[in-house]
Design a protein around this ligand. Structure first.
Ligand code: NAD
Ligand code: TDX
Length: 337
């Protein structure tokens, strides 16, 4: 089986490559990644000498490059992780989100159709459902909900989902879509809540909590997301959407306090700052479909996942220092002062 993994130098993509080559040592994986600020070849050091792994630098929006790659490699399966993925950056500049997340997906779908791939899998997000109220803990996202997006990021991801489903209905392309909740784990870029707070707390820098910190996210350890995609590309029904989440809701402030406790840092580091524009209140996934149809269950609970994640950041200061010396420093200054 030969798989194209796009965005494999990013957080979830690189974890997926490790997961798949660990589980299926004779599968071949080609990673296509543009190496934007969020992509880091160092994250793939562990597979760079694997004879079944190949890295190609390039954009999923580059029609010619994508066409040539598909013609040469003859992929069986495409898993599209490549995206602009940070909500705050989409608020600053929406256009690159449309270019990559919508046009890039369209290029991949077109090539998948032309070269008859056996499965195109779109990695989507729970954010396409908008948000849930804080005072209705009985409500969850199910796959049949309408898409009602809040940020340019989520609007671009929802557009990509609709295009993916359109390629199935109109051209019969065998597609699947997964919509996962917030991931955490090793190799996550420190602009996202959990690694941002770990990295800043270690430096005794103020921890910027948006609003009152009461917004709720449903956290899943990254390997459990990888396992879900593995199950969907092997056994999922084409044309279907699968929600992925482990019923692990936490207020942002609870997450930040957990990190401070584990690092033995004082709560005085917490700094309440201006809220995110259009800030989604609560995400909460109903995973019944993937659980009933494919037998997926999460394996890592939040306590052990957070311990592993924090330890990874403590052990990999070189990886972090390299990021901090690049574009990140300017972004950090602009956003957090
Ligand atoms: P990330 O930002 O860490 O990584 C994105 C990767 O895509 C980077 O390596 C980047 O270089 C690459 N990339 C960006 N533009 C590209 C382009 N035009 N062509 C090729 N490569 C390009 O993102 P992530 O957190 O790993 O998310 C991966 C996917 O999972 C995204 O599609 C995201 O929407 C989705 N998702 C993320 C989460 C989460 O909690 N992080 C949850 C659900 C879904
Ligand atoms: O500095 C911060 N302070 C803060 O309070 C940051 C960066 C975030 N937050 C809050 C905003 C959110 O309520 O923490 C929560 C999580 O924020 P992010 O890590 O930016 O994630 P979120 O906006 O929930 O989106 C994530 O989950 C779904 C990913 O970034 C998306 O790619 C994914 O699709």
């Amino acid at each position: 089986m030969k798989i194209l993994v796009t965005g494999g130098a990013g957080f979830i993509g690189c974890n997926f490559i490790y997961y798949m080559l660990g589980r299926y040592p004779d599968y071949e994986i080609v990673c296509l990644d543009a190496l934007t600020y969020a992509g880091n070849l160092k994250s793939l050091d562990g597979v760079k000498n694997n004879k079944n792994f190949k890295f190609v630098k390039g954009s999923i929006s580059d029609k010619e490059l994508v066409d040539t790659l598909f013609a040469e490699e003859k992929f069986d399966v495409v898993v599209n992780f490549a995206a602009e993925s940070h909500v705050d950056r989409s608020i600053e500049n929406p256009f690159i989100f449309l270019e990559t997340n919508v046009m890039g997906t369209a290029c991949l779908l077109e090539a998948s159709k032309k070269y008859s791939v056996k499965r195109y899998h779109q990695v989507s997000t729970d954010e396409v459902y908008g948000d849930l109220p804080l005072d209705r803990p009985d409500l969850f996202f199910t796959e049949d909900l309408p898409l009602t997006t809040s940020s340019p990021y989520s609007a671009s991801k929802a557009s990509a989902d609709l295009l993916t489903l359109a390629f199935h209905r109109t051209y019969g392309l065998p597609v699947t879509i997964s919509r996962c909740s917030n991931n955490y784990g090793p190799y996550q870029f420190p602009e996202k809540l959990i690694p941002l707070m770990i990295v800043r707390a270690q430096e005794n820098e103020a921890l910027p909590v948006y609003g009152e910190g009461l917004n709720v996210r449903d956290w899943l350890y990254v390997d459990d997301h990888c396992k879900a995609i593995d199950m969907i590309i092997h056994n999922g029904r084409v044309g279907e959407v699968y929600n992925v989440g482990g019923h692990n809701e936490r207020q942002n402030i609870q997450v930040v306090r957990t990190i401070l406790r584990q690092l033995d840092k004082p709560e005085t580091l917490i700094s309440y700052v201006k809220d995110r524009a259009g800030h989604d209140l609560r995400y909460a996934i109903d995973p019944s479909k993937i659980s009933n149809e494919l037998g997926w269950e999460p394996e890592t609970d939040f306590d052990s996942g957070m311990k592993k994640t924090i330890q990874w950041y403590l052990d990999n200061t070189e990886w972090i220092e390299e990021i901090k010396s690049g574009e990140y420093a300017e972004y950090s200054r602009r956003i957090y002062g």
